[in-house]
Design a protein around this ligand. Structure first.
Ligand SMILES: [Fe+2]
Length: 279
């Protein structure tokens, strides 16, 4: 087994790796203006974005994924994440991996520096609980690195906390169930995109709540894209990738970069005024 695959299998992560140059990052980031109401659920921007679908099918990404997932791979989740200045997303496990086994890619796009971090706890992907459950049952403070690490070590003493400071265009891969947290202590909003994959023999579900392990599931099925190989199992909704890629035309570019962008900025501005009034 290759060294990096061994690492993923044992420790729960691979990378970071360099993927994109800065102009590409900006081009990808513009896709966040596509209105949320046009796609099925929050992690499904690939449905309406040729650019995201293309990124998710990048040869370097697929080369890494195939080594772990085999040749038949679905993209089931894609979401742009903006992390506000001086904020944190505390330790958690992405609950969707309660229903399927797979991999998560976290790609840096804008305003990443030594003040924006992604942290993982190695070996946590093989622990049969999650920070959310430890908080609920044992009152563990999931904002406290040491408290979460010490809890993990009770299950596996080899657990270690690893923190990475990616640059725009770099990505890291982790096994879906790996515990992670992000933080931004800079003065700028940090922008990333998350891509989530599994092999075609999984059944992917949309969570109706973010409890773990008592996750409730929506009746709606997540639309997926076959990014590699064939789907002979037919357990999921598969979109027509070629149709999505065809949407990368002049009209759609204008729509995204002008109409949707103005709408997005205007509604963000109005939201910020309402929030200020409430506070
Ligand atoms: Fe997460």
């Amino acid at each position: 087994m290759e060294l990096e695959i061994k690492k993923l299998d044992l420790e729960g992560y691979m990378g970071p790796y360099k993927l994109l140059e800065y102009p590409d990052c900006q081009n990808i980031l513009n896709e966040k203006y596509i209105p949320r109401k046009l796609y099925a659920w929050q992690k499904s921007i690939h449905e309406k974005s040729a650019v995201v679908t293309n990124l998710a099918s990048h040869p370097l990404i697929l080369e890494k994924l195939r080594k772990v997932l085999g040749n038949n791979i679905l993209l089931w989740g894609s979401i742009f994440i903006q992390q506000k200045p001086n904020s944190e997303h505390p330790w958690h496990l992405d609950v969707e991996y309660g229903s399927c086994k797979g991999l998560t890619l976290w790609i840096g796009l804008k305003n990443l520096s030594e003040k924006t971090s992604i942290s993982l706890i190695t070996h946590s992907h093989n622990i049969d609980t999650a920070p959310q459950e430890l908080k609920k049952n044992n009152n563990i403070n999931i904002e406290n690195d040491n408290a979460v690490l010490e809890s993990a070590k009770k299950f596996n003493p080899n657990c270690e906390l690893k923190t990475f400071y990616l640059s725009p265009g770099e990505f890291i891969i982790w096994s879906g169930r790996t515990w992670h947290k992000t933080s931004n202590s800079s003065k700028k909003a940090r922008e990333t995109i998350l891509l989530q994959y599994c092999s075609t023999d999984n059944i992917v579900k949309i969570p109706a709540n973010y409890e773990y392990p008592n996750t409730e599931w929506s009746d709606k099925k997540p639309p997926c894209i076959l990014v590699s190989g064939m789907d002979k199992i037919n357990k999921n909704i598969i979109l027509d990738k070629s149709k999505i890629l065809l949407s990368n035309n002049f009209i759609n570019k204008i729509k995204i970069n002008i109409i949707y962008k103005i709408r997005f900025k205007l509604s963000s501005f109005l939201r910020s005024i309402v929030t200020k009034k409430i506070n």
